[in-house]
Write a protein that binds this ligand. Structure first.
Ligand code: TYD
Ligand code: MG
Length: 448
């Protein structure tokens, strides 16, 4: 039996929109076979003892990876790694497995052993500590794991695995959840690491990794443009550390390279053209400087085109509306193309002001003089404060920025003679200073 009506209990082997017994709609739900009674025999432990245990964190040696994990992996924990197909999940875990130097069982339900070996060769990994198993039957996986006793068990991917006793196809909610539960039970008890790879598709599969989030200790997502070189590893949940850290990687011929100083990478190829602006983003506790490029061309469409890559397009459209209204710019006459360099995603409202100036710069075909711009823009065209100003400025200063345009309100800044700080109240003021419509000095009210 696969489906049961939550109203009247009617059972059916297939899903139906309407229950034929009670006539209610959308009440048929997939029935989960009861989990076998857990074989846990827990006994009370003192808090002090547990805390001691928690300190046992083993770094993998891939710093950017460890950083996201909160300093390394914690034995007995389960890590879910999600991301779109082709983003680099298998590559990252294979590299991390190798770097950790422990015994690893890498189970692949999607690729053959020779395919994985080919990837390993490309990564320059040849190790007798890593065993490959091409298998999708959960019972066989568990049996091999019990025989081999690896420190790390990697399941690539959890959607491919199926439990033969569960009458539901692999990848279904029931299968994914049940298989994950069995694997977690097995590894947790033995203090081993379990890595589950979960595929996320743009449309969102029925049994995406989301349904596993509550069962695991750490949830990591890998993001980035597949055609770009950069990937960001972000944690959505971490029982052992902060979710504020990100790892930055670059995909090369030989797998992932760590990017220790992301700002430098994203600016190194920067061309001083109109429509380009550098904004400082907070990624967790780190500042990353990224370049946003916009191009406005006269439009022959109505409505004009808005092609946005790497930012929330609703935010961009909102900003266009503010510019149109508050600065009387005829933006409806232009198509807009926006791109964030390096395939990074900019989600912070602190980039509003920079973007607004880039738009003006593109229309005027006049480049923005070397200035780091940060500030949120409100619907009235006012510039609002953003957090961590000092930190952002420090990072930019270390990369050679000398001039900063920041919100009038907000954090006091320590005075240094090496840099110029310009505080602005609204879009108009900012435009006038950057593109010189009035004398600058009038607006430099407060330094520091
Ligand atoms: P993969 O790890 O297979 O992605 P996922 O497991 O998330 O589906 O790798 C993704 C892409 O990375 C693949 O298209 C090829 C590329 N790649 C490199 O550019 N260099 C490399 O060294 C490797 C191993 C892969
Ligand atoms: Mg893969």
């Amino acid at each position: 039996m696969k489906f049961r009506c939550s109203e009247c209990g009617f059972q059916s082997p297939k899903w139906m929109g309407k229950c034929p017994q009670c006539g209610k709609w959308n009440t048929l739900q997939e029935v989960e076979p009861l989990l076998k009674k857990r074989e846990f025999h827990a006994s009370p432990v003192s808090l002090a003892e547990i805390e001691k245990e928690e300190e046992e964190r083993s770094p993998t040696g891939i710093e950017e990876f460890d950083r996201v994990m909160g300093g390394g992996v914690v034995p007995g924990s389960t890590i879910l790694l999600g991301g779109e197909p082709g983003i680099g999940k298998s590559t990252l875990l294979l590299q991390a497995a190798h770097a950790s130097g422990v015994r690893v069982l890498y189970v692949s339900g999607e690729e053959s052993n020779s395919q994985i070996a080919l990837r390993a060769r490309r990564l320059g990994i040849s190790s007798d500590k890593i065993s490959l198993l091409s298998e999708i039957n959960l019972e066989n996986i568990l049996r091999h794991s019990q025989e081999l006793k690896p420190e790390w068990l990697i399941i690539d991917s959890i959607q491919a695995v199926f439990h033969p006793e569960i009458d539901s196809s692999s990848g279904s909610v029931t299968q994914v959840r049940e298989c994950a539960a069995r694997l977690i039970q097995e590894t947790k008890r033995k203090g081993k690491m379990l890595f589950l790879i979960g595929q996320v598709t743009k449309e969102g599969t029925i049994a995406g990794p989301r349904i596993l989030e509550h069962m695991v200790d750490v949830v990591l997502y890998m993001e980035g443009e597949k055609r770009g070189f950069y990937r960001i590893l972000r944690s959505n949940k971490n029982r052992f550390g902060s979710v504020n850290e990100v790892g930055v990687f670059e995909m090369t011929e030989k797998g992932f390279q760590e990017v220790r100083n992301p700002s430098l990478r994203f600016l190194s190829t920067r061309e001083e053209a109109s429509g380009s602006v550098v904004v400082p983003l907070m990624e967790g506790s780190r500042v990353i400087l990224v370049e946003i490029q916009v191009l406005l061309t006269s439009s022959s469409f109505f409505p004009p085109r808005r092609v946005v890559n790497g930012m929330d397009s609703n935010r961009v459209i909102l900003l266009l509306a503010v510019l149109e209204k508050r600065l009387s710019l005829p933006l409806f006459r232009y198509d807009l193309f926006l791109n964030v360099v390096g395939g990074i995603k900019v989600w912070e409202t602190g980039s509003d002001l920079g973007l607004a100036m880039a738009i003006i710069s593109s229309i005027k075909n006049k480049r923005i003089p070397d200035t780091l711009i940060v500030g949120e823009v409100g619907l009235g065209g006012e510039v609002r404060p953003v957090p961590f100003l000092e930190k952002r400025i420090k990072e930019a200063e270390s990369l050679g920025f000398k001039r900063f345009m920041i919100p009038y309100e907000g954090e006091k800044m320590k005075k240094t003679s090496k840099i110029e700080i310009i505080r602005v109240r609204d879009l108009k003021e900012c435009r006038e200073i950057l593109f010189g419509e009035k004398t600058k000095s009038h607006y430099i009210r407060k330094k520091g």
